[in-house]
Ligand binder design. Structure first.
Ligand code: GAP
Length: 441
């Protein structure tokens, strides 16, 4: 029986997941030996595998499996002209207030009338604080060498619109996808990797004929919602929320967020926006390069509209971890497990020999070598088998393969299923087929 609903949600599920991430090597506070560094995080041996899976699965569904989307990978350091034209220098800001007593700073829209730190009601009036990280390219720090770390990957797709169009020879509707780091000088980062200053985005700009924008907006909301469902997040943990007019970003005509039920309430995983022709027009005007699309059928030039599904890779990984975290009761003992979709799990298979010695090690290594070209595998020969199973459950490994002394005689091993705990004995010769069948990729 899962005790997730009754117990964990009432206690602090975030703390439990943060703790597991640290203990098992998913996510560490960055620069921890120096006391950490301002809500930045490092991804450990398991975290790097899982984050890679999130990104690969997004890429597969958005690029690999489609005829109409191509990829790109743009520079993070970018010219101020891009951000001037896009409107970010002017409008990408949050309202900031200072507490006059303790000098802490807060987002005015996130606090009541008093300082959340010391309770003082003496706050400055709100002023706009631009969220972009500014730096200098080259050894001279001057106005002419200012550069920005991109706050979204999206602008890379707009400024390369013609390059991609001309080289890929795509026709509307078509999309350009990108995965990569973005940076925002958030006033109040927090809730683990939910809001950080450095994070990874997975964004796609889908260029369409203006009159079809509404239809494609609905299409992408549905596609993206189903992606989360297909990877194991339950319907009850997800919702789609349309933005009110006053919430819309400066470039958007319509936005819906796909939200996940985090332990502190629903929070955005992804926004799907109709960016209209805002960005292409803005870059055409600012650069003097005509970014209109030539429609060969009607022999006319126009600015396409853009539908943008924009997701966070790191935030999404956290949602998958929270959705998968549960505690079972196995023969009176509590068992923590991550019921991750196998596609997301860092390791797909763990090979566990019952002894550290030859000839069992030889056999176990041969099993490992037959599986590792196909799947990310773990090999663990330390501690009791019970403890090793618990560890694999806690890191979400869907299949354990136990190599025991009988294996030497009958050339068979035991496959143990993470969720049902069922065990079956199979021939070593057929191990890859059996694992393929069970993982069903
Ligand atoms: N190009 C549109 C855009 O950037 P956004 O809603 O600001 O839209 C898209 O960002 C996604 O990026 C969000 O839904 C969220 O998942 C992720 N994201 C944004 N800011 C973040 C932050 N500070 N930390 C972690 N993820 C963030």
């Amino acid at each position: 029986m899962s005790v997730k609903e009754e117990d964990i949600e009432k206690s602090d599920l975030t703390d439990e997941v943060v703790n597991l991430c640290k203990r098992r090597g998913f996510i560490f506070p960055s620069g921890e030996i120096y006391g950490g560094f301002r809500s930045t995080y490092d991804y450990g041996p398991l975290g790097v595998l899982m984050l890679q899976n999130v990104k690969t699965l997004w890429w597969k569904s958005m690029v690999q499996m489609r005829d109409d989307v191509v990829g790109i990978d743009c520079a993070i350091l970018s010219a101020p002209k891009i951000w001037e034209a896009s409107g970010h220098l002017r409008t990408f800001s949050d309202p900031l207030v200072d507490c006059k007593k303790c000098h802490e700073r807060f987002r005015a829209d996130q606090i009541g009338k008093a300082c959340p730190n010391c309770g003082s009601e003496e706050l400055t009036s709100p002023r706009d604080f631009n969220l972009m990280f500014k730096t200098y390219a080259g050894p001279v720090e001057s106005d002419s060498t200012v550069a920005y770390l991109r706050p979204e990957t999206a602008q890379g797709m707009f400024v390369n619109f013609l390059n991609v169009l001309n080289t890929s020879r795509k026709k509307l509707p078509f999309g350009i996808a990108q995965i990569g780091k973005s940076f925002r000088n958030e006033i109040t980062p927090g809730n683990f990797v939910f809001r950080t200053r450095e994070f990874e985005q997975m964004e796609m700009e889908y260029f369409v004929e203006p009159q079809t924008a509404g239809e494609y907006f609905n299409y992408w909301v549905e596609q993206r919602y189903n992606w989360y469902l297909d990877l194991g997040i339950g319907k009850e943990m997800l919702r789609i929320r349309a933005h009110e007019k006053k919430e819309l970003s400066h470039y958007s005509d319509q936005t819906s967020d796909i939200e996940f039920k985090f332990p502190w309430g629903f929070g955005e995983l992804e926004g799907i926006a109709n960016r209209t022709d805002y960005d292409l027009k803005a870059h055409s005007n600012a650069s003097g390069t005509d970014l209109r699309y030539f429609d060969p059928i009607n022999n006319e030039k126009y600015f396409p509209y853009v539908i943008e599904p924009a997701a966070g890779a790191t935030r999404t990984m956290m949602a998958f971890l929270i959705a998968a975290y549960c505690v079972d009761d196995v023969a009176g003992e509590k068992r923590t497990l991550l019921k991750l979709h196998p596609k997301l799990a860092p390791y797909k298979v763990a090979i566990l020999p019952l002894s550290k010695k030859e000839p069992l090690t030889d056999l176990a290594k041969s099993v490992l070598n037959s599986l590792r070209p196909h799947y990310m595998c773990d090999y663990d020969d330390s501690q009791s088998i019970g403890k090793r199973y618990r560890r694999q459950d806690e890191i979400g490994t869907p299949i354990c393969v136990t190599v025991d002394f009988d294996s030497l005689d009958d050339n068979m091993v035991t496959l143990r299923d993470r969720d049902t705990l069922s065990q079956i004995r199979i021939k070593i010769d057929s191990i890859l087929d059996e694992v393929n069948k069970k993982l069903d990729f």
